[in-house]
Design a protein around this ligand. Sequence first.
Ligand code: XMP
Length: 507
Amino acid sequence: KILILDFGSQYTQLIGRRVRELNTYSEIVPFNKIPEDIDSYKAVILSGSPNSVRGDDVLHPDLSKIRGHKPLLAVCYGAQYLAHFSGGEVAPSNTREYGRANLSYIKKNEDFLSNISFDSQVWMSHSDTIKQLPENGVLLASTNDVENAAYKIEGEPTFALQFHPEVYHSTDGKKLLENFLVKIAGVKQDWTPNAFVEETVEGLKTKLGDDKVVLGLSGGVDSSVAAMLLHKAIGKNLYCIFVNNGLLRKNEFQDVLDQYEGMGLNVKGVDASARFLDALAGKSDPEEKRKTIGRVFIEVFDDEANEIKDVKWLAQGTIYPDVIESVSATGGPSATIKSHHNVGGLPDFMKLKIVEPLKMLFKDEVRRVGASMNMYSQLLGRHPFPGPGLAIRILGDLTAEKVRILQEVDAIFINGLREWDLYNKVWQAGAILLPVNSVGVMGDERTYEKCVALRAVESTDGMTADWVNLPYEFLQKVSNDIINKVKGVNRVVYDISSKPPATIEWE
Ligand code: XMP
């Protein structure tokens, strides 16, 4: 495995990702948290940083067990750090060193540079420049504006790049990383989802021993895959809690609970629907609804966790993009937990030690890991579903009747997508119950009933999204079914807004 020391660059996680794409396992740790078992890492990569090696906020890693002992690749800040503190010179640059550039010189007969085209495009993003290479530095590549774009240190397996090999716009960047990993560090490129599962399960066994662990399942991909890994490691010592907040999709609580039991998980389903609905009664402000749901969830979860005798750990399905803090991480609870903090002290379960087996994975990797453990493809391919559930799809205040109506509508829409083979072509879909009554006619009767909106979007990360051009025949069929089958609804509209400027959810 490879160790990546993070100095806070926005691209650090991309380094991890690229290394993983090269079938090599990597771990990212803050620059000042070098693991004790550093010997178990084959090579080390230093990331970029928003800080300057010349400023008061210079970040000093302890490289004493690394430099000269292990293959080391220093990127951007890393490259400047090595230069500045080993006899070279770093100064503010007087030309623009952001964005694309092309190599104009590359040293011949270097394993590190093999198969890199001589004018390869590279991506720069730095305001300091390396004026003079460190002691024993050998120039490897330049661009027109940046002379010391790449160098190595004679006599030790240390390489440095001023540009970012991890970004897509550095066209040979991945090749450079591969050269470093394979030709310099001699890694085997044998990291696969299966290998991840084996290694993680072993690691969890050692870490957790006979300890008990509690985990909140949500029905989503991340918590389910995390649970499966822990289950493989500690079996019945994993206590899963799946809370029905009464705001899930129709039948979802029972269906998902059955799936979890089918996977052999030790899971307790807790139906707290009434508690949530009571707490939400009369609340119509979206943020107030969210806060209420968050608070009640913590109360319910805390009650349940307290029932488990001697539980020591709280497991979370945190994945890499959720980990906001990295450099400043103190080893304490992660960012996801902090956002749940409420004034007046921590609930008991938050005093537990945290275990997050997916912390280093990206979403698509989580799915691959889940697939390699033969988890249900329906569970792995499930659309994202917001934590507050249908509460933020019922605009305004909630009642049990409104929840029932929306569950029926949503089920017709989602089942329709599955039947028409459209489900996997859509990133997220759902129905929204509008606080609007409109006039209709059914038979000879005038009706005055609710209107629902259908929403289906394509997206990669939910940050931006566009509505999906669903076939008219499909919309027609679904609309008909909804109006004929769901009492209380007499009108269906389809949302054709993109994000931005609209959002995916209506609240
Ligand atoms: P928006 O509506 O902001 O949604 O475009 C982007 C993505 O985030 C989900 N979402 C939430 N998820 N709690 C969640 O766990 C929330 O309060 C929440 N609000 C929005 C939304 O479903 C979409 O996938």
